[in-house]
Write a protein that binds this ligand. Sequence first.
Ligand code: MRU
Length: 362
Amino acid sequence: MNIDGKPTRSIWPSEGAVEIIDQTRLPHEFVVRRLETLEDAAEAIQVMRVRGAPLIGATAAYGLTLAARDDPGEAALRGAAAVLIATRPTAVNLQWALRRMLARLLPLPAEQRLAAAWGEAALICEEDVAQNQAIGRHGLGLIRAMAERKTGPVNLLTHCNAGWLATVDWGTALAPIYAAVAAGIELHVWVDETRPRNQGASLTAWELGKHGVPHTVIADNAGGHLLQHGRVDLAIVGTDRTAANGDVCNKIGTYLKALAAFDNGVPFYVAAPGPSIDFALESGKDIPIEERGAEEVIKIAGLDDAGRVVTVQLTPTGSPAANPAFDITPARLVTGIITERGVCAASRDGLAGLFPERAERT
Ligand code: MRU
């Protein structure tokens, strides 16, 4: 998508290495960081320089490629995959991408693996872009239908960042929004700040602003009030893993928004590219929920009056903090799932109808 009119992706290969936008520095600084080694890639995923389920998968694919540059042997590649898998447990795209890379590389003679790895990682990225564009087209229909039913802008609500920064390009939940803007539909996006890491306030607001999309950042606690007062027409969020029965795992706080949307009869959609659907899991209760460090809750970064980025402590010294990073929204609260193959019910039948070849194998 565009940064000040310049088309930009979140990750790209560069002269034998990989470059990323360091998302820990946004929104106040735009820093491109070079990943040279497996360890660089693992660190970038773990500390969330890259984040968002599809981008985690793409970075892991390139991480394995960087490992193959040093040693393309089977033991080394399996070891590298284990290092990458250990970085973050919830987004299924990580395991999906690594399984796919190993399945492509290991049958080949060792001397052919590095070239094949660059090719497969690039293919994973291109497929992600195509999937997200298709999600955009399908989601556009929902926004268009809402625009035709009302006067004034369509008011959307989103949580966390499921935009182009969370993918290779376009985003998942934000792809329909970009498509609707391109189609000339008048809209406005309520952006949940998304404590504790503030992906909404820092990343979604930044990318919407750079693309010229009208938006307003709200404190996480404001969503229920806005939903209750008819100020949200449609909610669209992303997902890190959706179980076979349509239960959706996404950034912590998604469940509360889904509850409030359900209570107020506001449609609540989840944008889920195929690689984020885990047909091996019967329901959301089996999805591992990442517990991150307490310091993410205790401290917050921002600009001081002199324009310097500073980190300050929010909580009393000594107060413990807990940091579950994701929650499960039961399928019954989800109006529909927007995939690259169309929109379906959040149910076993709905997902199996769109992905019969994957549902049958499990
Ligand atoms: O912890 P994060 O920032 O990686 O969490 C990201 C989300 O929860 C997104 O909504 C999800 O990965 C979908 S991204 C298209």
